[in-house]
Design a protein. Structure first.
Length: 276
């Protein structure tokens, strides 16, 4: 493309044509960059947790979600748990009505969760094997041992046109197992990467690169979530540039206490845009 433009520019009759060709190339280049940039979905569970600690509606979860969209995020992620400790089922219904970007609902597909997802029909559901009393998600699915169950749940969500992502550890066998279940994507659980990153980035990311390459071989989309932050996000995506989406909540909302919510969303987007 660049060679063709230079050849035409050399033969151009006037400067206006040269500038026109240059603008065309620049537009195509920018469009390509925008097309492949990893998307940012912001998990707003922590905002709901603060609200629930006092009762009432401060902070307003729906307002926060709308603002996060306005600040440039590509989507909103929520993880409603049965005990309603943060995001509640009614919050999810309200978000579906309000959002203009993608809604991603995470959770263990117990009957009440499945019913909620089928009712709301988000753009994406992320299946996570956390126990009802788990403080936070702490492991991915064994997609081989749970193949029959995950296949049935995935097929049911597909009936509503919902994209299905399965939360897995960075293990190529688990990624291949997710593909066998009919998933559209996998989300790599990044806790081990974040823990080991300060002690050796290359070693920390190596299992994730292997798992991501398996996802690409299987034709799966690729997400990452849980422990990415301003410290490690750019490096992670530079090493795995075909990551479709990152879902970040705890670190982003914590950073917002220091930098403000709008500035923080912009900082995370900048990390993704500056990937080399």
């Amino acid at each position: 493309m660049v060679t063709q433009i230079y050849e035409k520019a050399g033969a151009a009759a006037n400067q206006t044509e040269v500038f026109g060709l240059a603008r065309t190339w620049l537009a195509l280049y920018v469009a390509n960059i925008l097309k492949i940039m990893t998307k940012l979905s912001v998990n707003i569970n922590k905002i709901a947790l603060i609200r629930n600690s006092r009762g009432g509606n401060l902070p307003d979860v729906l307002l926060a979600a709308r603002n996060i969209e306005r600040f440039g995020a590509d989507g909103i992620t929520v993880h409603p748990r049965p005990d309603g400790r943060h995001i509640r089922y009614d919050d999810v219904r309200g978000l579906k009505r309000e959002l203009t970007t993608e809604l991603n609902i995470e959770g263990n597909p117990i009957p009440s969760f499945v019913d909620l997802v089928m009712e709301v029909a988000p753009a994406q559901v992320t299946l996570v094997p956390d126990a009802p009393d788990a403080l936070t998600s702490n492991a991915g699915w064994n997609t081989l041992a749970n193949r029959e169950f995950l296949t049935a749940v995935t097929a049911r969500f597909h009936e509503r046109g919902i994209r299905v992502s399965i939360f897995v550890d960075p293990d190529p066998a688990m990624v291949a197992g997710a593909a066998a279940c009919g998933a559209d994507r996998v989300e790599l659980y990044t806790e081990a990467f974040a823990r080991e990153y300060p002690h050796g980035a290359d070693r920390a990311v190596a299992p994730y690169v292997a798992a991501a390459e398996e996802a690409r071989r299987q034709g799966l989309g690729l997400n990452a979530g849980h422990d990415l932050s301003l410290e490690n996000l750019r490096y992670y995506v530079e090493r795995i540039p075909w990551t479709d989406e990152v879902s970040i909540g705890h670190a982003l909302i914590s950073d917002a206490l220091y930098y403000g919510l709008e500035n923080t969303v912009e900082l995370y987007l900048r990390e993704l845009k500056n990937v080399r």
